[in-house]
Design a binder for this molecule. Structure first.
Ligand code: NAD
Length: 332
């Protein structure tokens, strides 16, 4: 039995979390949940955004499944996602994007995994505003150690999963120092895994290539800001944010999360699609070594996604969140 921290989150979080835990229970996944929430809901209830009980649970279980959390734009509290990533050095943001039958997309044959550096760069939290001069500085801090860790993680993943190529996306033509950190780190990792093809591309060209010939990519590695943007771009190639998984992984802790937001416009209406969180839970099961159960659920999910009538409204169907979950459960 694996003890896992469950963070339902805000908005549609509790609805999609219920669907996912129902499906995992029906598949007899050996998981015991320890539920601890964070975010707007806990703040409204107790005045705490990240209760100590959640941190204590994470430090004990080392693995969490997390729903979306509401973050006010341009004001208020710092993103809880960013806080957890930095506090626990969850330096890998892993985002698979794969074509799935039944999901509407302009593209076919995509099967890539993006590795985004998750704690440094422009998201290091180093922002200052000089009111007198009217200057806002946002400092992108990258470290040699951070670059090495994320590049090596991308190659190690490619090696473990039989992937053939790693592409580094960077801007070393302009950001000569920070860009070179990544180029050097990737060259070192590539030397360790000589059977994996290594190439690098400048970020603007990378975007163009991704929307014209995305099937050429296998594993992509990049810095925090570029990765944030590219990962949503990749989601758009395979059906959108409602259907892609995400994981924040460190050397001794991992938080698996739906990458879409808390969707306040549809919260509480039974309309939310739980696929993104379910796929994140499947990544979690793989991480826990429960490959057979993950595969069984994935097959049932894919068979459900292939039949629009069984899907939620965002995918062109008319099923509610719980009906969609029941269609998956029926196929297990
Ligand atoms: P959003 O992803 O919540 O919603 C964008 C649109 O997509 C909405 O129309 C919504 O109804 C729809 N949508 C999103 N997820 C869906 C699902 N599972 N099923 C069906 N439809 C879905 O983005 P937003 O409106 O920009 O952000 C809302 C809040 O979520 C903000 O506070 C934002 O900061 C937060 N957010 C959190 C995370 C996270 O916790 N990982 C990620 C992104 C945004």
């Amino acid at each position: 039995m694996h003890l896992i921290t469950l963070i339902p989150g805000d908005g549609i979080g509790p609805e999609i979390t219920k669907a996912v835990t129902d499906i995992l229970a029906a598949a007899k996944a050996p998981i015991q949940w320890e539920e601890q929430n964070a975010g707007q809901t806990t703040f409204d209830q107790s005045g705490e955004l990240i209760p100590q009980a959640l941190l204590t649970s994470l430090e004990k279980t080392k693995v969490a499944l997390k729903g979306p959390i509401t973050t006010p734009v341009g004001k208020g509290f710092r993103s809880i996602n960013v806080t957890l990533r930095q506090k626990y050095d969850l330096y890998q943001n892993v985002r698979p994007a794969k074509t799935t039958a039944g999901l509407t997309s302009r593209y076919e044959g995509i099967n890539l995994v993006l590795f985004r550096e998750n704690t440094e760069g422009l998201y290091a939290g180093l922002e200052l505003f000089d009111e007198h001069l009217g200057i806002a500085d946002s400092i992108a801090r990258n470290t040699v150690a951070g670059a090495r860790k994320i590049c090596r993680a991308a190659f190690a993943y490619a090696d473990k999963h039989g992937r053939k190529k790693v592409t580094l996306a960077h801007k070393a033509n302009i950001l000569k120092i920070a860009g070179k950190l990544m180029l050097d780190a990737c060259a070192a990792a590539a030397a360790e895994f000589p059977h994996i093809v290594y190439e690098d591309k400048i970020i603007d060209n990378m975007c163009m290539q991704l929307v014209t010939k995305p099937e050429q990519f296998d594993v992509i590695v990049t810095t925090n800001l570029f990765g944030d943007i590219l990962s949503d771009l990749c989601a758009g190639l395979v059906g959108g944010l409602g259907v892609v998984a995400g994981a924040n992984i460190g050397d001794d802790m991992a938080v698996f999360e739906a990458v879409h937001g808390s969707a306040p416009d549809i919260a509480g209406q039974g309309k939310a699609n739980p696929t993104a969180l379910l796929r994140s839970a499947l990544m979690m099961l793989e991480h826990l070594g429960e490959h057979a159960i993950a595969e069984r659920i994935e097959k049932a999910l894919n068979a459900t996604l292939a039949n629009k009538a069984e899907c939620t409204g965002d995918l062109g169907g008319s099923a509610s969140t719980s009906e969609f979950a029941q269609h998956i459960i029926a196929k297990l």
